[in-house]
Design a protein. Structure first.
Length: 261
């Protein structure tokens, strides 16, 4: 696993989405340092005056200056008031960019990795999914509009950067599957007791992974549209895993397998 991925997994804090001007605020020294290595458009960098002497913050400032990012030094009280969370002394405001569609992704990439979720009830789970998606090279996350499907302040905070770097698309999963099939992308359902163990599937190629939600699995109509199924074997009588945990298990094993290829 590369150093950049390791840093992504340990990122400390993300704060809030500001829909009015389509920006996302990223806080925390590791989060900001990694974000600054991307080709995103940066709106502003806020630095707590008392933190300027910290070596990590000095590194962040040097990188930001090299990219001509506007820098504002503020006192701790102003920083806390503005962002209302533990910022570790730095906050990077990132331009969320234009809305991305599934068709645009499929037109651009022949072997995409797409995540789809039948129904999400909790913002924390979507945030955790976006965090994992960012760290494992996911091209887009598609959320059914009937559940949690937008980057809320909670989603943004929990995602620790993922909300700014992984497109979140709200659309009908049936329409999404139609587009995926037109692009010859395999749709793989991840469901308890169906198909083979995830470790028996070649996860290294492009595919769309379809998950259920916290309270329900994949609906019968959606199940009929899947090309194949995989499951996560479990001992005992545990019915299922948290959807963000299940997502992480499959995606990080895929990353491991790709490193071996």
């Amino acid at each position: 696993m590369s150093m950049s991925i390791a840093h992504i997994i340990s990122l400390p804090f993300i704060i809030r989405s500001m829909k009015a001007n389509k920006t996302i605020d990223i806080a925390g020294r590791n989060s900001v340092a990694v974000a600054l290595t991307s080709d995103k458009q940066f709106v502003n960098l806020y630095v707590e005056a008392a933190s300027k002497a910290d070596p990590k913050v000095q590194e962040i400032l040097k990188t930001a200056q090299g990219k001509n990012v506007s820098i504002e030094v503020v006192d701790s009280e102003e920083l806390d008031k503005r962002f209302e969370t533990n910022t570790q002394g730095v906050v990077l405001v990132v331009d969320a960019g234009e809305t991305v569609t599934l068709k645009q992704i499929l037109d651009k990439k022949r072997d995409p990795l797409i995540l789809m979720f039948n129904h999400l009830d909790y913002e924390q789970n979507l945030g955790a999914i976006l965090r994992t998606a960012w760290g494992t090279g996911v091209d887009a996350v598609i959320a059914n509009p009937s559940g949690i499907h937008e980057v809320t302040p909670v989603v943004s905070k929990v995602s620790m950067g993922g909300a700014a770097f992984v497109p979140l698309i709200s659309m009908s999963l049936f329409q999404a599957i139609d587009q995926l099939k037109d692009a010859a992308v395999e749709v793989v359902g991840v469901e308890v007791g169906q198909g083979s163990g995830y470790y028996q599937k070649d996860l290294t190629k492009g595919m769309a992974l379809l998950f259920g939600g916290e309270a329900v699995g994949i609906s019968e109509p959606l199940s009929r549209r899947c090309d194949s199924f995989i499951n996560i074997p479990m001992l005992g009588t545990l019915a299922s895993l948290n959807v963000s945990v299940a997502t992480a298990i499959v995606l990080f094993d895929r990353l491991r397998l790709k490193d071996l290829v």
